[in-house]
Design a protein around this ligand. Structure first.
Ligand SMILES: Cc1cc2nc3c(=O)[nH]c(=O)nc-3n(C[C@H](O)[C@H](O)[C@H](O)COP(=O)(O)O)c2cc1C
Length: 180
């Protein structure tokens, strides 16, 4: 089985997205990181924030084959800590000493776990992840989305989580890609 890390970001740990992710990860061996608990500041063109928690986190990410991005949809976009993480990936593309690491994202599988109060995740939200994966050379392997208008309902949403866990468990890397 490929090694997987889940990056979680929501304004509440045990809310809808947290419950969906917890059901998924209870069926897998996954390292789960709560981005909201980390000291990670916004992207800085001068890179004056290099001492915060981003670079050690990114090295943990790079040590895995697959990355699950878990976030609620807030205004057609990701939760703020997830946005900071995504922005900070630019550090690994801009700083010469980090570039090899940034290129190390190529060939990894990416997944999106998200909740909203709509039947489908908004196209803008999914489009941003899809384009980001293309840019980074990652393969978007799947999306788990739950309409949580009435909250996280185990009877309704657990089967989705279980099917998604199966996709992550059975995934292979794209041809020609070496495991982390
Ligand atoms: C600030 C905010 C913005 C939201 N924006 C959207 C949205 O654009 N589309 C949508 O379908 N639901 C939206 N919602 C609903 C949440 O996506 C939904 O309640 C989600 O399940 C919350 O997950 P959580 O419990 O992990 O925070 C929004 C909720 C909040 C609090």
């Amino acid at each position: 089985m490929l090694s997987t890390i889940a990056l979680f970001s929501s304004s509440r740990r045990l809310g809808n997205t947290g419950q969906l992710l917890d059901r998924i990860t209870s069926l897998l061996e996954v390292e789960v990181v709560d981005l909201t608990k980390l000291r990670m500041s916004s992207f800085d063109y001068e890179h004056r924030n290099r001492g915060d928690d981003f670079e050690p986190l990114m090295r943990r990410v790079l040590a895995h084959d697959q990355v699950i991005f878990a976030t609620p949809i807030y205004w057609y976009a990701v939760n703020p800590a997830m946005k900071v993480f995504l922005d900070r990936i630019s550090d690994f593309l801009e700083l010469p000493e980090l570039l090899a690491g940034g290129r190390g994202l190529r060939g990894k599988n990416a997944y999106v776990v998200c909740t909203s109060i709509s039947d489908e995740p908004s196209p803008e939200f999914i489009g941003a992840f899809a384009e980001t994966c293309v840019y980074l050379g990652m393969r978007l392997g799947g999306v788990a989305h739950a309409n949580c208008e009435a909250g996280y309902l185990p009877a309704k949403h657990d089967p989705l989580a279980e099917a998604f866990a199966g996709v992550v468990r059975q995934a292979a890397l794209p041809p020609g890609t070496a495991p982390a």
